[in-house]
Design a protein around this ligand. Structure first.
Ligand code: MG
Length: 164
């Protein structure tokens, strides 16, 4: 890895299921449905984690934390994110900024995006203005638009660390 800058892209989607907690960006949002998954199914944290790993070509969240491993059951996804940050540092890179999109028809997420960005920034050791979270509906189309799922996309920029 010779470039001083690299970018990473992450995407994830989880099904909505009645009675599960809805956790997005480490923030629990009051809603009758939550995301189904082996971990806490925080689709936004998963997309960001994959973007970080992708930036330094270190695989993906499913390889690092297989959903066949009982140890990962209902796990706080911030643990995945912190592990990706550790590996990013070991690869000699530091995170510059993170931009994300959450696609959800419901619930309305605008009241929560600042808290999600603050939580993600704190976990990644970034200033709050280096993390952006933008909610979109899907015009009632597709699995997100029909309220069957929530998906998230993330891009990150990383910079070679001065001492890396
Ligand atoms: Mg996932």
């Amino acid at each position: 890895m010779t470039s001083p800058f690299r970018v990473g892209l992450g995407y994830d989607l989880h099904r909505l299921e009645e009675g599960r907690p809805l956790v997005l960006g480490g923030v629990t949002i009051p809603y009758a449905f939550g995301l189904a998954g082996h971990s806490d199914a925080d689709v936004l944290a998963h997309a960001v984690t994959d973007a970080i790993l992708g930036a330094v070509n270190l695989g993906n969240i499913g390889v690092l934390f297989p959903d066949t491993d009982p140890a990962n059951k209902d796990l706080d996804s911030m643990i995945f994110l912190r592990e990706a940050m550790k590996r990013l540092g070991e690869a000699g890179y530091a995170l510059v900024n993170v931009d994300t999109v959450i696609v959800a028809q419901r619930p309305k997420l605008n009241p929560y995006t600042a808290r999600m960005a603050a939580r993600l920034a704190a976990e990644m050791g970034l200033p709050e203005d280096a993390v952006s979270v933008k909610p979109k509906t899907n015009e009632h189309m597709g699995p997100e638009g029909r309220g069957e799922a929530i998906s998230a996309q993330a891009v990150v920029l990383v910079q070679r660390a001065a001492d890396g």
